[in-house]
Design a protein around this ligand. Structure first.
Ligand code: F0G
Length: 450
């Protein structure tokens, strides 16, 4: 369709009420949550943009599939459906179901990495980094240097720095690099896509040195859409063809089906390597479950099998990417500094530029996220120094858009609240940490205003 207005390609069959709170209530709720929005009750949030993970709305087809779920312990037909759907898109030989993405990561890094190894990625997501570090390996981010500047507009700011990858291999030796990962889209770097050209270049380097390439494929469909829209030669290919072409460049993937699997739970690990697959399945049985269900119910396998295909639907992707850009463009037009251009699943406010008077040690991103909650009951998440400590490249506040969940007027409300906070930004104060866990500290940290 070539109309100016891009509409939601669905109508709403089931609704879930959301709840208003007063400013005074939010002040006391925030205090009780130690200024950490993870510690709020979801009921006390009006618009929840904490994550796009597992928070989307399922389709009528998915709900129908759920009723068809085969709950057999071994050999469930829902697993066959799941496996076929995953293989149709990825082409990988072994499909190992897991309860979510990080379970796939834990198994992958346990089997492939040991102490002293190095894992390069364009940017590791927090759980990916933690799982690499947990086995004693080093997680190295090799994002293209141009992509570290939030205001720079480039079509593929998720690209890996290929020269830096080659330099790393030369420096530490390929024996210490058990795999290379590419995260599509690059969540921690602003939800930015990786081009096919870059994936090909990374794949070529990996092949030259005989290092396996794995995709962190959480948002593979959104990445495929950006390639179709922005990369020469792809405008007449379907998102599925583009995704298939990209997966063919690698040896396997990890996936959280809570994102482009359009499900509320689920994930998988894929590999073409028979020996690794056997070790991975052994570990799977130990902690996740039998290889035909992983940590999932048969009905979850059905929801993912159907959701993966729906995420590649052109009408859906056109709406999805346009609606995220709608939020980004409306606040950027008013001067709010964001990571440009708008990403696929989220808009990232540059908190360092929004609150230049708050030093990085006082967590400008956490301070801004707290203000958005106080002003309008919006929950967002800091991706910066609280989440990544010294490894933080930027101080960002992410507004992640759940799939098929909020309408345009919800987003108009979010725009209004952000602009209100922007107007009084000079008065916002920094925060100090009063409690932190030894890893993944942002989930449970306590803070208080300076
Ligand atoms: N990789 C990426 C790029 C992710 O964004 C996530 C999750 C994971 C791996 C782990 O998957 O949650 O199913 O275990 N990201 C969510 C987020 C949590 O909010 O961005 P999981």
């Amino acid at each position: 369709m070539s109309t100016k207005t891009i509409i939601e390609p669905f109508r709403i069959k089931s609704v879930e009420p959301i709840r208003w709170t007063t400013r005074a209530q939010r002040e006391s709720l925030l205090r009780a949550a130690h200024w950490n929005l993870f510690l709020l009750e979801a009921d006390d949030v009006l618009i929840d943009l904490l994550t796009d993970s597992g928070t989307g709305a399922m389709s009528t087809h998915q709900w129908a599939g759920i009723m068809e779920g085969d709950e057999s312990y071994a050999g469930s037909k829902s697993f066959a459906h799941f496996k076929n759907s995953v293989q149709d898109i990825t082409g990988y030989r072994h499909v190992i179901p897991t309860h979510q993405g990080r379970a796939a990561e834990r198994i992958l890094f346990n089997v492939m990495c040991k102490k002293g190894d190095v894992v390069p990625n364009n940017t590791h997501f927090d759980t990916t980094r933690a799982n690499v570090e947990f086995v004693g390996a080093e997680a190295v981010d090799l994002l293209h240097p141009e992509a570290r500047r939030p205001e720079t507009i480039l079509p593929f700011k998720g690209n890996m720095d290929v020269a830096a990858l080659e330099a790393l291999i030369a420096r530490v030796g390929k024996e210490r690099i058990p795999l290379v990962m590419l995260t599509v889209t690059n969540n921690s770097g602003g939800g930015q896509p990786v081009s096919m050209e870059n994936a090909k270049a990374v794949s070529q380097v990996c092949k030259t040195h005989n290092i396996p390439l794995y995709f962190d494929a959480c948002r593979f469909a959104e990445n495929a859409w950006f390639i179709r829209e922005r990369e020469p030669g792809y405008s007449s290919k379907t998102p599925k063809e583009i995704a298939q072409e990209m997966f063919a460049l690698g040896d396997g993937c990890t996936m959280s089906a809570k994102k482009d699997g359009m499900a509320n739970i689920g994930g998988f690990l894929c590999t073409n390597d028979d020996i690794l697959a056997r070790q991975e399945k052994d570990l799977l049985i130990l902690t996740e479950g039998y290889p035909t269900y992983g940590g999932l119910a048969g009905r979850d396998l059905e929801a993912v099998a159907i959701g993966l295909q729906e995420s590649l639907d052109e009408d859906y992707l056109r709406y999805r990417i346009a609606s995220t850009a709608y939020l980004g463009n409306h606040i950027a037009e008013q001067g709010v500094p964001i990571v440009q251009p708008p990403g696929g699943h989220a808009i990232y406010i540059d908190a360092k530029a929004f609150l230049p008077h708050i030093p990085v040690e006082q967590f400008p991103g956490v301070a801004l996220a707290a203000e958005l909650y106080l002003e309008g009951g919006i929950r967002s998440v800091e991706i910066g120094s609280l989440m990544f400590a010294a490894a933080a490249n930027m101080e960002l506040v992410r507004l992640a858009i759940p799939r098929r969940t909020y309408t345009q007027s919800h987003i108009d409300y979010v725009v209004e609240i952000i602009l209100k906070v922007f107007a009084r930004r000079e008065k916002i104060k920094g925060l100090k940490l009063t409690y932190e866990a030894p890893f993944l500290r942002h989930f449970t940290a306590h803070l208080e205003p300076m």
